[in-house]
Design a binder for this molecule. Structure first.
Ligand code: F6R
Length: 615
């Protein structure tokens, strides 16, 4: 949700800001803007509705923007329509503070009233403006300087924010404040950078400071100083980023999404290898995630909370964990969990799954679980993210930076992490024996190569997508793990190709929705579970009798299904617990190729943002 970039140094701020914003556009792309201070101390603001290109054109037609310090923003609208008028940066009523914001100021109406009483009037519909005006209000009232004014505003603001602020009287500094919205600072020789996410500045520096909740930073060229909300200095060490900047580039692929699908084999391999040890006699070692055998033995039940695709991973793992480890597992939308006064068991394990580690609802669910005193585990991709820092223990998925808004490789890595946990839980709790343990680990290790073999045949899916790009309604059906996969296949199709689709537990279709099946409706059945194959097949045939066009995703050993359906996508055979890692690939490809065939921007689908830091 919204991307922030800042720069202070000796180079062209405009160039750094535009470059950084182009790497953050996946976080929001309704409008964009920059504010740059020139050598006379004057701050020039340029804003434009739409994609970054519109801002670049406007900067060019305004004669360029000169200066060596500035802030930039790409917006995902929350308060106020996407427009130039609501685009960031915003300047305070009295002109002393210019700022950009990511997050939501929940009490902005109350703050507006307060500020109105003190003579302020407003220039946009945003909540952001109230935060910036509030800082100006405290600056003028107490004359205690930026740190004091920001801290006072932070006490009054409810909600989430990452704020980057320039003060008219402080030409050599940019100030940053944070609560529940990500923002990082990078330093190099004589230059400093601010960004919502590491890839935006990786080209310039690998030394990054993570700003904690309710902390303030003062950034000058080449250095950063940190304060808590009481104005006390905080010592911080920079974190050296080791992953490669190339992983945030397209690397010859047309889109990030297809590049990231092609990385799935590697990220699953890396995630598995981070915990599977031993040359002869493989075993799983979860000590890096802080999970010991006694910890596992003590678990009475598991709650998994997550959003979107990460929630679908949770649904899949419910089937796998319950079956292998015989632990009761429930899966919740993080957004529902946080508000329904959940009852947790004292020996319960609470797992939150999140690629970004910043999803507002997932973070809030984690905090609710922690408040109740249960053990928490994050399955997280972004190192140093809020969920990674707040969970009692963390299992890092090694997917690297995921840029396409629709998740693919991070989903694959989350599933792999969940499989490993399930197998280890089963072993330690004695629900599988040593032979089965070793067999399951070996099966897991076949996933990367099997993903590659599916990708080698991707042209078939591309061909089918080209033919079916005019579809209006698509149904995904499956049972058990296949139902969990239907949910993900359907989401991928909707979000990237904008074709309406729904996922159903196969037998549920006839309890109402089958009335929507008519001549030519595409129904995609997933049939990877041996005991459920015939049953889902019957449900598919019921649809065919009503005119549906049938596509099936099934293991190679069930090639016989081609006699019943119009099109088959075969996936390599694998232990039935792990089929999700394979059958998700053709569904991701289908969503991708349909989106491309329909001419949409698959990396940045309309109305979506990569990291949903508002609830
Ligand atoms: C769908 C998608 C989203 C995310 C969801 C959770 O393709 O990417 O549904 O899975 O917003 O995000 P994280 O995993 O960052 O918590």
């Amino acid at each position: 949700m919204c991307g922030i970039v800042g720069y202070i140094g000796e180079g062209s701020a405009c160039d750094v800001l535009i470059d950084g914003l182009s790497r953050l556009e996946y976080r929001g792309y309704d409008s964009a803007g920059i504010a740059v201070r020139n050598s006379d101390g004057v701050i020039k603001v340029v804003r434009a509705k739409g994609r970054l290109k519109a801002l670049e054109d406007k900067i060019a037609s305004s004669g360029g923007v000169e200066g060596t310090s500035g802030i930039g923003h790409t917006r995902w609208a929350t308060h106020g329509e996407p427009s130039e008028y609501n685009a960031h940066p915003h300047t305070s009523y009295g002109g002393t503070v210019t700022g950009v914001h990511n997050g939501i100021i929940e009490n902005y109406l109350e703050l507006r009233e307060k500020l109105t009483r003190h003579g302020f009037s407003f220039r946009s519909d945003t909540d952001t403006e109230t935060a910036i005006d509030l800082v100006e209000y405290y600056l003028m009232k107490y004359r205690g300087g930026p740190a004091d004014a920001i801290a006072k505003a932070m006490v009054r603001i409810r909600g989430s924010y990452a704020l980057a602020l320039m003060f008219s009287d402080e030409p050599d500094r940019i100030w940053v404040a944070r609560k529940d919205s990500p923002i990082i600072i990078g330093t190099a020789d004589g230059e400093s950078y601010i960004a919502s996410d590491v890839p935006a500045i990786l080209k310039y520096t690998r030394d990054v400071y993570y700003i904690g909740n309710l902390e303030i930073a003062c950034i000058e060229a080449g250095k950063a100083v940190f304060y808590n909300i009481d104005g006390e200095l905080i010592e911080k060490e920079p974190v050296h980023i080791t992953w490669d900047a190339d992983s945030a580039e397209k690397g010859g692929f047309e889109h990030f999404m297809i590049k990231e699908i092609h990385e799935e084999s590697r990220v699953v391999n890396d995630t598995l290898n981070s915990v599977i040890k031993g040359e002869n006699g493989k075993y799983i070692d979860l000590s890096a995630a802080g999970i010991s055998d006694s910890y596992i033995k003590n678990i009475s039940r598991i709650t998994i909370a997550a959003c979107g695709s990460a929630y679908h991973v949770g649904i899949n793992l419910q089937y796998v964990m319950e079956d292998l480890a015989r632990i009761p597992v429930r899966v919740e939308f993080a957004s529902e969990f946080r508000y329904r006064k959940p009852v947790l068991d004292s020996d319960e394990l609470f797992i939150v799954i999140s690629q970004s580690g910043e999803t507002a609802d997932s973070l809030a669910a984690l905090r609710e679980a922690k408040k109740q005193g249960v053990n928490t585990l994050g399955i997280v991709n972004v190192v140093g993210s809020s969920i990674a820092r707040e969970a009692d223990s963390v299992f890092y998925t090694l997917a690297g930076p995921e840029i396409a808004v629709a998740t693919t490789k991070a989903y694959a890595a989350q599933l792999a992490a969940g499989y490993v946990l399930s197998i280890q839980f089963a072993k330690v709790r004695g629900t599988i024996n040593e032979d089965e343990y070793v067999r399951l680990i070996s099966e897991l290790q076949t996933i990367p190569e099997k993903i590659q073999s599916i990708l080698r045949n991707k042209d078939r899916i591309q061909y089918f997508a080209a033919k079916y790009s005019n579809a209006h309604d698509v149904f995904f059906i499956g049972r058990g793990i296949d139902y969990a996969m239907a949910l993900e296949g359907s989401l991928k199709m909707k979000e990237v190709s904008y074709i309406h689709s729904e996922a159903y537990a196969a037998a549920e279709l006839k309890h109402g929705t089958i009335s929507l099946i008519e001549d030519g409706t595409l129904v995609i059945g997933i049939l990877t579970q041996p005991g459920l194959f015939e049953k889902t097949l019957s449900n598919l045939v019921e649809c065919k009798s009503r005119g549906a066009f049938l596509m099936a995703i099934a293991p190679e050993s069930r090639e016989d299904i081609s006699a019943y359906v119009d099109l088959v996508e075969l996936i390599p055979d694998i232990d039935s617990h792990f089929t999700g890692s394979l059958d998700v690939v053709p569904m991701q490809l289908l969503g991708y190729y349909l989106g491309v065939a329909r001419g949409f921007d698959v990396d940045k689908p309309r109305n979506l943002a990569k990291s949903v830091t508002v609830e």
